[in-house]
Unconditional design. Structure first.
Lengths: 321, 240
């Protein structure tokens, strides 16, 4: 068959497919099953024509046109949708807790490494105080020498609305970077975990040197427990992506990576909103001199318990059964 | 480590993948050049948005009078949203295209050529900080032009196909697809080329046709510019 004869025979079908696709895109939500079936059938014919023309008449205008039709048809007909994109309740009661539970081994790794790094930081600060002190800016050291925590001047000078929005956006950014860093074979997530652990230990050590450790612990009691938990959970989710990248298991690596990324995104989505109330607590409750340590600790433990309750969802198995 | 057994041998800027029907689909995969160009436009757009936001927020702070803290808070949140949400938001809302991709005519599709899920678009964009380190070499080395975020999300960035130029309605006996493609391209691009150059090429073609396929030009008005003669000859009637 020559080129012109092929065009005369098949071009009306290409034109019709183009028009149908345009129409289907215009009213995709009102499309009837029959129309969709016809479109899918026409798409298969286009695929056949595309295969024929690209081998017999490559680089011609007909080949280009069919290539465009195949691409547009594929894109429109194979629109994959998220399992339950709009079900808010389903996310919090099933998807997030399921993903969180499957994360337990990675969480064990991040918690352990965080603990080790914190102990190392603490000992370093106690043994080599000058070295640990160099981690803090000059102003913070001056505050400590005057018997004040650097956090006090921060909350005195900045309005709570600004500090809480700044804290929330900064913490969410750290959580996203920790999660995304997992894509580098887990190295980015491990860095965030180890660095945060080391800094916490070192800061406690330095403040202990100035006899201010109880004040620091009082400051972090209300928000620190959940903040660290969230960082560790999102880093564990990132680690899962890195794990799939290095070792796909029984499945092709491509599938393992895609599933790990999807599941870890669910965990990130379940953790991110918690940074907002946490930031409000950090800027209003944590620095408040009027509130005693016990109240702050109770607030911190309540927030932590609430998160773990939502993340673990003890009713999950029962409701599924 | 990152081999993809289902990606078939590719040539030039194209990659053939097995679609969901197990039919080979040729995807015009975007290379490093077009991806970087689109990213330059996007980062410029992001910078403009941030500048506009700075002025808006500071304007609202002045209007807020004795409660400027809230204006500053809105400013901080806005910058955060533009920073993290520009790429994901654009691709989710504007049919898998950011402004830069729209200008360069690129689009994000699934590995099989379909429309990606919202989750996939979020994954490929939230991992962008990591790709700022390793993305460009990965795109250059991968036959499907994927950065790390694309691999995790199962997506590709492809060129949007042009509508396709005018097709020849008559073809002389014995012409190959290369001959057909050359004439189609000349007729398609003649308006963008220098007129003298077009005329020179077209008159040479008319000469060749007259010498080798005289029957092809019979009955065709040969007056006016040669490119118009070609247009009439290849459009008229049926192939012989």
């Amino acid at each position: 068959m020559n080129y012109a004869a092929l065009l005369e025979l098949r071009e009306p079908a290409w034109r019709e497919f183009d028009a149908r696709l345009l129409e289907a895109r215009r009213r995709s939500h009102r499309l009837e099953y029959r129309e969709l079936e016809d479109l899918a059938l026409a798409y298969r014919q286009i695929l056949q024509d595309h295969a024929l023309v690209s081998s017999r008449f490559p680089a011609t205008a007909a080949a280009q046109r069919l290539s465009r039709l195949v691409l547009e048809g594929t894109r429109w007909l194979y629109e994959t949708r998220d399992e339950t994109p709009h079900r808010f309740r389903d996310f919090w009661t099933r998807r997030f807790p399921e993903a969180f539970r499957r994360l337990a081994p990675n969480l064990f790794v991040t918690v352990s490494l965080f603990g080790l790094a914190a102990v190392f930081g603490l000992f370093l600060a106690l043994e080599q105080t000058a070295l640990a002190t160099s981690l803090l800016p000059r102003g913070a050291i001056e505050d400590l020498e005057r018997g004040h925590l650097w956090t006090e001047s921060l909350v005195r000078t900045v309005p709570p609305s600004v500090s809480s929005s700044g804290i929330a956006t900064n913490n969410i950014s750290v959580a996203i970077v920790g999660w995304a860093g997992g894509a580098l074979a887990g190295l980015g997530s491990l860095y965030i975990v180890l660095m945060n652990g080391f800094l916490l230990g070192a800061l406690v050590g330095v403040t202990a040197h100035y006899s201010l450790a109880p004040r620091l612990l009082e400051f972090v009691a209300a928000h620190g427990i959940l903040e660290i938990t969230l960082i560790l959970v999102t880093a564990a989710a990132g680690l899962k992506m890195g794990q799939a990248l290095v070792e796909g298991g029984d499945r092709p690596r491509r599938e393992a990576m895609r599933d790990a990324a999807r599941e870890s995104l669910t965990v990130l989505g379940g953790c991110a909103p918690w940074f907002v109330p946490l930031a409000i607590v950090e800027s209003l409750v944590s620095p408040s001199p009027a509130l005693p340590f016990a109240v702050k600790l109770a607030a911190g433990l309540t927030l932590e318990a609430l998160f773990l309750f939502v993340a673990w969802n003890p009713f999950l198995r029962r409701s599924e059964a | 480590m990152l081999d993809d057994p289902t990606a078939l041998p590719s040539s030039g800027g194209e990659a053939t993948v097995l679609g969901l029907d197990n039919v080979a689909v040729t995807l015009p995969v975007a290379g490093v050049g077009s991806r970087v160009l689109a990213a330059v436009f996007d980062y410029a757009a992001q910078a403009v948005l941030q500048i506009v936001w700075v002025f808006t927020a500071f304007g609202s702070m002045r209007m807020a009078g004795d409660r400027p803290g809230w204006g500053a808070a809105v400013y901080v949140v806005g910058i955060f949203v533009i920073d993290w949400g520009y790429f994901s938001g654009s691709e989710i809302l504007f049919r898998q295209q950011t402004l830069g991709k729209r200008i360069v005519r690129l689009r994000v599709v699934t590995r099989e050529g379909g429309t990606p899920t919202v989750g996939s678009l979020l994954v490929r964009n939230l991992t962008r900080p990591v790709d700022l380190l390793a993305g460009i070499p990965m795109i250059a080395l991968d036959p499907l032009g994927r950065r790390l975020g694309d691999r995790l999300a199962g997506t590709l960035v492809v060129h949007e196909e042009k509508p396709g130029g005018s097709m020849l309605r008559r073809v002389p006996e014995g012409w190959t697809s290369r001959d057909i493609a050359a004439v189609e391209m000349l007729l398609e691009r003649s308006s963008e080329m220098e007129p003298e150059r077009v005329e020179r090429m077209a008159s040479r073609l008319v000469g060749v046709l007259a010498a080798r396929h005289p029957e092809f030009l019979s009955g065709i008005d040969r007056g006016g510019p040669s490119v118009e003669v070609l247009r009439r000859a290849f459009a008229a009637g049926r192939s012989g």
